[in-house]
Design a protein around this ligand. Structure first.
Ligand code: BV8
Ligand code: ZN
Length: 248
């Protein structure tokens, strides 16, 4: 069993975070793992271990089998509803309360950062709580929860509604990407939590920050390209590590 970070590593990280003047936090599926939402790649529970991402998280997959893809997302939406923010989400919300210029950039499509109290969270890959028509782009606006529907609802234009997430092969929302890029290029410290760093272009953000001289603190129980590049890797889980390094 890997040992957790040393007291020295925790103290160093706590100092970097508390002394940061432009602090950015990038999160991935790992921060929601302890809330019971499966991550994508962990062999034992990862979603991709059981599914081929191209079949499910892509427009081609949705066009090929709209019902299968809709039901996969409907199951994920229901697990988000059942989930509660964990101590990692809460620690970041508390930190943002004290450090108003903390920007939270997430690859996650769940809303656990917001439910923990975080503000102006930037969703690099969209949000599962929102849907729009694949054909005309019209957002779902009925007050009925679209996810009550067991199949993708029809739009008045004849198209089908789809989740407002960024699928593989799709461009990220241009405004969101621009804001995240600026944040990464301008920050002096980037806290990275729970990402394997395998999905571009989001995974490039810690490297862009580091290339501009920012310190990078990586919280992840497993070693990744990001942890190997980081100023400080803290091997451990978000809910245990974050409360120790973001205390006021
Ligand atoms: C694009 C929304 C331009 C949907 C997602 C070949 C090589 C390189 C790149 C590519 C390539 N072929 C195609 C590409 C580009 C592609 C890509 O990167 N593919 C990868 C698979 C190689 N990217 C794209 O297509 C992007 N668009 O590039 O546009 C373009 C346009 C046209 C044609 C080409 C290019 C769009 C990517 C967005 C995809 N959508 N999500 C949905 O959610 O269903 S990505 C999805 O996967 C998530 O949103 C998330 O971003 C990603 C998963 O990554 P992680 O969050 O890191 O999660 P993961 O499971 O991987 O890791 C979890 C980590 O947590 C682990 O390290 C684990 O150790 C750790 N952990 C576990 N428990 C804990 C923990 N950490 C802390 N505490 C714990 N308790
Ligand atoms: Zn439509």
């Amino acid at each position: 069993m890997r040992s957790g970070p040393s007291a020295n590593a925790l103290n160093r990280s706590r100092a970097l975070i508390s002394e940061a003047s432009r602090l950015v936090c990038l999160t991935g599926a790992g921060i929601s793992a302890e809330s019971g939402i499966p991550t994508f790649r962990e062999a034992k529970t990862g979603l991709w271990a059981r599914f081929n991402p191209e079949d499910l998280a892509s427009e081609a997959g949705f066009r090929r089998d709209p019902l299968q893809v809709w039901q996969w997302y409907r199951g994920r939406y229901q697990s988000v509803l059942r989930a509660e923010p964990n101590l990692g989400h809460v620690a970041l919300a508390d930190l943002q309360d004290r450090n108003k210029n903390l920007q939270i950039l997430t690859q996650n499509v769940d809303n656990l950062h917001e439910r923990a109290g975080s503000k102006s969270v930037r969703h690099l890959h969209g949000e599962i709580v929102r849907c729009h028509c694949l054909a005309c782009g019209k957002p779902w606006s009925s007050n009925m929860d679209i996810w009550e529907s067991p199949q993708p609802p029809d739009c008045s234009c004849g198209g089908l509604f789809r989740p407002s997430v960024t699928w593989f092969g799709e461009l990220l929302d241009a405004d969101v990407w621009q804001q995240c890029l600026w944040a990464a290029l301008a920050c002096d410290v980037m806290l990275v939590v729970g990402t394997s760093g395998l999905v571009a272009p989001a995974a490039e953000l810690p490297f862009l920050a580091s290339d501009r001289g920012a310190a990078v603190v990586d919280v992840n129980p497993e070693e990744t390209d990001i942890s190997r590049m980081a100023t400080q890797w803290l091997p451990g889980s978000a809910s245990k590590i974050l409360p120790k390094i973001v205390l006021g």
